[in-house]
Design a binder for this molecule. Structure first.
Ligand code: SAM
Ligand code: SF4
Length: 337
């Protein structure tokens, strides 16, 4: 390992989320408009460019990589990308965020290639709610995907659910109940405003309301200690009137409880920008220099610069007004959630 990657605010970066595509086979209301325009394929990082950048990350002591998008499983060389990352070696593992639609076709190959953790987005435990949230009818394949992932020896399988009032807030309990007999983590994510989504304060459901609704139904949550390479979720073991749950419940609280002080992550967009903050504008282009013949040393300087200018905190807070936030022009799917 070379020098550790420390940002301009003294935080050590140990976790990089690599977006491998901006394309997707769902159109979740909160993430991507129906008519989303995609970048030309030639503007996306190639498998080799991802491998080269990941090697530099490993030299900087990055411990964990998450592959995200868009929908990573729409990329034909995904298994190859995972095996490249596994060959480089990241002690905190290689995780995948997926919507689960195509995952069953490649789950065994991804496991064999070295994937260690799987997060599936699922905002509803009922088909009709799923269709409303994703604008597509792929509920059953996603459920099958979760069952398959749980049957394979991944280190962890989690569900991510964005909660939106009036759309899926009645799914909080059914989703939490999925943890009863399965070693499944269900994490509730606060809805965040992006360029094209229709975020409204009145639709937003904070983590404490989710907590209260679980508590009102007899759920008791006990904190689970975080590791150094853990993501932003606060996770809890669960007991409910049904008994002790095998799985866990978690909250990702970017709006109501900013976790910026302990932020350990950066993001590589599918078109090769290294971003300090999901909502930041201080991005450093690695792809253009790479294609113009930059040496590894040149790229190391750029990675260090991206860390140095990483924003101290994002601009969201409870009671914010979307129209006055300095939001990124990109949607979540174009950044890599
Ligand atoms: N397609 C994959 C998936 O859905 O898991 C990976 C990419 S997706 C952009 C990554 C995560 O971002 C998902 O868990 C999704 O729910 C979350 N996400 C997207 N837009 C969001 C928003 N506006 N607020 C909160 N979370 C969001
Ligand atoms: Fe696609 Fe994931 Fe965005 Fe949904 S959240 S539109 S599945 S990228």
């Amino acid at each position: 390992m070379g020098k550790a990657l420390i940002d301009g605010h003294g935080r050590r970066i140990t976790y990089v989320r690599i977006s491998v595509t901006d394309r997707c086979n769902l159109r979740c209301l909160y993430c991507m408009p129906e008519d989303q325009k995609f970048r030309p394929m030639a503007h996306l990082l190639s498998r080799e460019e991802i491998r080269r950048t990941a090697r530099l990350f490993a030299d900087f002591g990055i411990e964990k990589i998450r592959i995200t998008g868009g929908e990573p499983t729409t990329r034909p060389d995904l298994v190859g990308i995972v095996s490249d990352l596994a060959a480089i070696g990241f002690p905190g593992g290689i995780a995948l965020s997926t919507n689960g639609v195509l995952f069953p076709r490649m789950a065994h190959d991804l496991l064999a290639a070295g994937l260690t953790k799987v997060n599936v987005s699922l905002d509803a435990a009922e088909a009709e709610h799923f269709r409303k949230m994703t604008r597509r009818d792929h509920f059953q394949p996603v459920l099958d995907s979760i069952a398959l992932a749980l049957s394979l020896p991944f280190d962890s399988v989690k569900i991510n659910a964005v909660v939106i009032r009036g759309l899926n807030d009645d799914q909080i309990l059914p989703l939490a109940a999925m943890t009863k007999d399965k070693k499944l983590g269900v994490r509730f994510i606060e809805f965040m405003p992006f360029g094209d989504n229709d975020w409204k304060e009145t639709d937003w459901v904070g983590w404490s309301e989710v907590w209260d609704r679980l508590a009102a139904s007899g759920y008791v949550l006990t904190p689970i200690e975080k590791t150094l390479v853990a993501g932003p979720a606060d996770e809890y073991s669960v007991t409910s009137p049904a008994g002790v749950h095998t799985g866990s419940v978690g909250f990702i609280t970017p709006v109501s409880d900013r976790f910026c002080d302990t932020c350990n992550r950066m993001r590589l967009t599918q078109d090769g920008f290294l971003k300090g903050c999901l909502f930041g504008h201080a991005d450093v282009d690695l792809l253009k220099p790479m294609r113009a013949g930059a040496t590894d040393e040149d790229l190391r300087v750029l990675v260090s610069r991206a860390a140095a200018i990483k924003e101290e905190r994002h601009p969201m807070f409870v009671g914010m007004n979307k129209s006055t936030l300095p939001l990124h022009a990109r949607n979540m799917s174009e950044i890599g959630g």
